[in-house]
Design a protein. Structure first.
Length: 557
């Protein structure tokens, strides 16, 4: 007899997410539903406002993805206004955005996703000397690696246990059969979990140097940036570069080796394609390398049906959203320029379950040419790999060789996690060059950071971007100099999509189907796969529904 498992809320994410699955007698997931349980509503707030104000408002979608929404809104305005920012502004934006990647991905692996792979309690029984030897097998000079340090970490963990205040380590599924790492590997990664609590702030400091503050920077304006004095100050550039060196050291001596270490023990799951989900991948492209539109650090494109032999161009006219199974009135597929956001909440049945083909989420269903697409680090890496980007190919092929894994292992939860780490190094390797480019341009006499512009009476524009979580698009339409319509289709909307009118599941849902749970009372495998997407529900929805203000629920029916 099939069982229903509800995990509500999914924790260690941004926002509020409920996952409901149906498992068979062998504890294999046969069906899944992902529900975002809050409503955003900010797009409606923007109507009638000056489009130049939108960036400061939409970055309040979320406290994590603030800069990404800010920049996408500015890009949409620049598209509508017909203006291009100067070279210096483009570089400063890349420096802020690059810093966000470094801190966001590092924090995600250790503080949001790491405990899905690492059994913290097991680390208490590790042999510190063996842990040192294991760490050195994956890096010549591992981060903070010594017997003394590992013993101190064990003592710190023991104090957590003895005090009864486990903090972030409480209420987990320690001892679950789905954990694969030996005690020493658990100790190594837990030690870096604690180190990363300090490291993760460095990227935020880097963002604040040119963004004014973090979160919610205020340096972007339509046509350029305002942080002119910081960019012209050698001391400020030095502060940025010093912090870059520090966080890159952690990425290269802790983050990358830890992912390789975990991958060595979980590669069977990767080879089996556990958590693979939908077979289509989309990226808008990001980090412009010159003042044109096509030379991007991450290329724009789509990969269909996991075919890495070719990359297709993105046709923006094929992007739609629909709400057949979302709590909105606007059910039919709509292009974002024409999109509407009219709430129509119907809730669950009296038992709190889904019935038939009801509406069940505040998340709409984005589709490209009628098909669901995954966005995010895996999509970016696969598209760059398929497009022949040699740096990405070297990183990917080197990782697969180290793990002795096939390229098909990329289409999995493990592949998604590895892709995030690899692109963190890829971006980190390029930021120094951007600083040099900025300095060289200024030395050559170019001190322009803004292009003068004004709001047109009529127009429309879109800002397509690649923040850490994936393809982000903002679309706006201007009438009588003010915003007439505004729609944002965010990465987690693509990935958390409910079913569409044809019954096609979204990426979260599809990624869970076929997964076997070691223990239905401890659905660790669900958390591991969902967390691999780095969910940010707050970007997709934003206002609480007072009729269902539940704190948490976990139930097996």
């Amino acid at each position: 007899m099939a069982k229903r498992i509800i995990v509500d809320p999914i924790t260690r994410i941004e926002g509020h997410l409920r996952i409901e699955v149906e498992v068979d007698s062998n504890q294999v997931i046969q069906d899944a539903w992902s529900s975002i349980t809050l409503w955003r509503g900010i797009e409606t707030i923007l109507k009638g406002r000056d489009p130049r104000d939108a960036g400061l408002i939409v970055q309040r979608f979320c406290g994590v993805c603030t800069y990404a929404h800010y920049e996408s809104s500015i890009l949409a305005c620049e598209d509508a206004f017909g203006v291009k920012p100067p070279t210096n502004a483009r570089i400063v934006r890349n420096l802020i955005h690059g810093a966000q990647y470094l801190t966001d991905h590092t924090m995600h692996f250790y503080h949001l996703h790491g405990l899905d792979w690492v059994d913290v309690v097991s680390a208490l029984s590790a042999d510190p000397k063996k842990a040192v030897d294991m760490a050195r097998a994956y890096c010549d000079n591992p981060y903070n690696c010594s017997e003394t340090h590992y013993k101190a970490v064990q003592q710190r963990l023991t104090k957590f246990v003895q005090s009864g205040r486990l903090g972030p380590f409480a209420n987990a599924y320690w001892g679950n059969a789905s954990y694969r790492l030996p005690a020493e590997a658990n100790l190594i990664i837990v030690s870096h979990y604690l180190d990363a609590l300090q490291i993760s702030k460095i990227g935020a400091q880097m963002m604040a140097i040119f963004g004014g503050k973090n979160p919610h920077p205020q340096t972007l304006v339509v046509g350029g940036v305002t942080s002119v004095m910081d960019a012209l100050d050698a001391a400020r550039l030095g502060e940025y570069r010093y912090r870059l060196k520090e966080i890159r050291n952690f990425i290269e001596t802790a983050y990358i080796p830890d992912v390789l270490l975990a991958g060595a023990y979980y590669k069977k799951e990767g080879a089996a394609g556990i958590g693979g989900g939908v077979k289509n991948y989309l990226a808008y492209g990001g980090f412009p390398l010159d003042d044109g539109d096509d030379n991007l650090l991450f290329p724009r494109g789509i990969v269909k049906d996991r075919d890495l032999s070719q990359v297709f161009a993105v046709d923006e006219d094929k992007i739609t959203e629909e709400a057949t199974h979302a709590w909105y009135k606007d059910a039919g597929p709509e292009h974002p320029f024409e999109g509407t956001t009219i709430p129509e909440y119907t809730g669950y049945n009296k038992q709190g379950n889904l019935e038939g083909q009801d509406k069940y989420s505040w998340c709409k269903a984005p589709r490209y040419d009628g098909q669901p697409y995954e966005v995010g680090p895996l999509a970016r890496v696969l598209i760059a790999y398929a497009a022949g980007n040699q740096e990405i190919k070297n990183l990917v092929d080197g990782t697969l060789k180290t793990l002795d894994a096939p390229v098909t292992a990329l289409f999995s939860t493990l592949g998604r996690t590895a892709a995030r780490a690899l692109e963190t190094k890829y971006i980190g390797d390029h930021i120094d060059g951007w600083i040099d480019e900025l300095v060289g341009n200024i030395k050559a006499g170019d001190t322009r950071f803004w292009t003068r512009c004004s709001v047109p009476k009529e127009g429309q524009g879109r800002g397509l971007n690649e923040p850490p979580r994936g393809a982000l698009g903002h679309w706006l339409r201007i009438e009588n100099h003010v915003i007439a319509n505004y729609q944002a289709v965010v990465p987690s909307t693509w990935n958390c999509s409910p079913r569409d009118k044809d019954g096609k599941r979204g990426p979260y849902e599809e990624s869970l189907v076929g997964t076997r749970l070691a223990d239905v009372n401890q659905p660790l495998e669900i958390l591991r796969t969902i967390h691999s997407f780095d969910p940010c529900m707050a970007c997709a929805v934003h206002i609480i529904d007072p009729k269902s203000n539940q704190i948490r629920e976990f139930r097996i029916a």
